[in-house]
Design a protein around this ligand. Sequence first.
Ligand SMILES: *[C@@H]1O[C@H](CO)[C@@H](O)[C@H](O)[C@H]1NC(C)=O
Length: 164
Amino acid sequence: MAVIIFVIVASLISVALATPGTATFYTSYVPSACYGNQNNGVMIAAASDPLYGNGGICGKVFNVTCTGPTNPVPHPCTGKSVVVKIVDHCPGCGGTLDLSREAFATIANPVAGIIKIDYHQPSHDDSSGKSFIVQQWSSMWNKVQSEVSGTHQPRCTTALHWGE
Ligand SMILES: *[C@@H]1O[C@H](CO)[C@@H](O)[C@H](O)[C@H]1NC(C)=O
């Protein structure tokens, strides 16, 4: 029973983490707002103003999936998803994420230029969320068990020995 509830809660959490948005691409990667002249490879992205904030998103990793066209280019999505690291800021960017051309081409036809996406923190972050719930469940369960089995002794037992 607890396992079933856990699975339901865990899947609700993964669904809640996927956020819809749009993505464009860019081609000049260095220097970047987060890392200056440091090269971070090509599986990277720049965050639009609302996401970038004061730069706290730098280094965060997102799993990005193409969900459909935003313009008349039909069926742009390849069906793949791509994991990118945020390395830059895209001031005034119309889309949510500005992907490297390589990352964009992995999930969609670059001719489309701008696409609809879903993005979320990938599985290693998902699993830390799940193990937190496991911890909550097991500490709750231990409490129930110790109360039922009577191993949860009241702390005032020494007071019973006052007459010795
Ligand atoms: C990215 O997300 C998709 C589904 O949204 C999933 O199929 C894929 O395994 C994920 N990839 C990683 C590396 O987490």
